[in-house]
Ligand binder design. Structure first.
Ligand SMILES: [Fe+2]
Length: 368
């Protein structure tokens, strides 16, 4: 039996004003970071709340890779203000922080829904039940997954992605593409998840470079927001694969952006996984939809790897880990540890081609 349910109400190509005007509540806490306040995006939310006579409080202390401490600070501020709704405005770190706040509140019997307004097109956090919080004392990332963390509403307003720096467009876009390719080709993929994943892949190939080259292209921003959101819906239901496991290990050790680490290793992982015929067949299906050369399954899978390499080059994403400014000696020393970390990563189980620690060591050597 296949069950498919999307619980978040998604408003795409929306204007936050019209959605927030419909909010039936008196008090709201906005969770965000200082940059969002500085670039004036929070002022847009404040204006909308003022028009509806909604009282609000702002927590702007979200960090990149949020720590338990910063989530605790947000939690304390939310408890003090006791809002009826949390509005999260920002990238993956902010949405994850707000979802973690909801998670901890829910454990104490307090039910405050989250409205997510993503300001990047990449993580899909607005429609997933995952949050990654960092325990800075022990230097470990704590992934939390709980259905209760799913945002109630996601508003994709293209005004909120209009000031994105080029590197953030590239990293976010390639992260979304990795979500979609892994969701399409992993072991739990099914009819429903593949529809979302394939539509996302096509949307990203069509619009990511347009958005990267011209951030004023409103249509490209709208389409990228939709594509990264539905890629999120796909991987929420199906999980991912070893591309994310390898990227998590590299990103965690060398503090590189998540999306960039994914993009660098993606062509290598496609080629590694293509040795498995079942996975190669799925890459072939993607290549066919993208109208890439695919006279055979093997050629189709290779075409997909080449298409990703070209996209990476156009987006300024390095072709090798070495070119991310990582020291070779230090990297080689850490390969055994990274291979263990990747083997135990939550995403590894979803990969159709089974891997052991030696395979992963080989992959870490190759991607360098
Ligand atoms: Fe990701």
């Amino acid at each position: 039996m296949e069950v498919f349910k999307v619980t978040t109400e998604v408003y795409a190509d929306a204007d936050i004003k019209s959605i927030l005007a419909e909010l039936k509540c008196e008090k709201v806490t906005i969770i965000t970071d200082a940059m969002m306040v500085k670039v004036g995006l929070i002022a847009k939310v404040e204006d909308a709340l003022k028009k509806s006579d909604i009282q609000y409080d702002i927590f702007d202390g979200v960090e990149m890779n949020p720590s338990l401490e910063s989530v605790k600070k947000a939690l304390d501020q939310v408890i003090d203000f006791s809002p009826e709704t949390i509005i999260a405005v920002g990238g993956g770190s902010t949405l994850d922080s707000a979802k973690a706040v909801r998670y901890f509140l829910k454990r104490t019997g307090i039910d405050i829904p989250v409205i997510a307004i993503p300001t990047t097109s990449g993580t899909g956090s607005e429609v997933t039940s995952y949050a990654v919080i960092t325990d800075t004392v022990n230097s470990v990332k704590i992934p939390i997954k709980d259905e209760e963390m799913m945002p109630k509403i996601a508003i994709l307003d293209p005004e909120f992605t209009r000031t994105l720096p080029k590197s953030v467009v590239a990293d976010g876009g390639i992260d979304a593409l990795t979500h979609a390719i892994e969701a399409y080709s992993c072991s739990v993929a099914n009819f429903h998840t593949q529809i979302y994943a394939m539509t996302a892949i096509k949307g990203i190939f069509k619009n990511l470079l347009k958005m990267y080259r011209n951030i004023e292209d409103r249509d490209a921003r709208v389409e990228m927001a939709k594509a990264s959101c539905i890629a999120g819906i796909a991987f929420e239901k199906s999980g991912l694969g070893i591309n994310h496991s390898v990227a998590h290990a590299i990103g965690g050790k060398f503090h590189k952006p998540h999306g960039r680490s994914n993009g660098v290793v993606l062509p290598y992982i496609i080629r590694f996984n293509s040795e498995n015929m079942e996975t190669a067949q799925k890459y072939y299906e993607i290549a066919k939809e993208l109208e890439l050369p695919c006279s055979s399954v093997k050629e189709g899978a290779e075409s997909l790897a080449i298409a990703v390499e070209i996209l990476n080059r156009e987006l300024g994403i390095p072709a090798r880990v070495k070119d991310m400014g990582i020291d070779e000696v230090e990297y080689n020393k850490l390969i055994p540890e990274m291979a263990e970390t990747a083997l135990n990563d939550i995403c590894t189980g979803g990969n159709i081609r089974k891997v052991n620690v030696e395979d992963l060591k080989d992959i870490f050597r190759k991607v360098f």
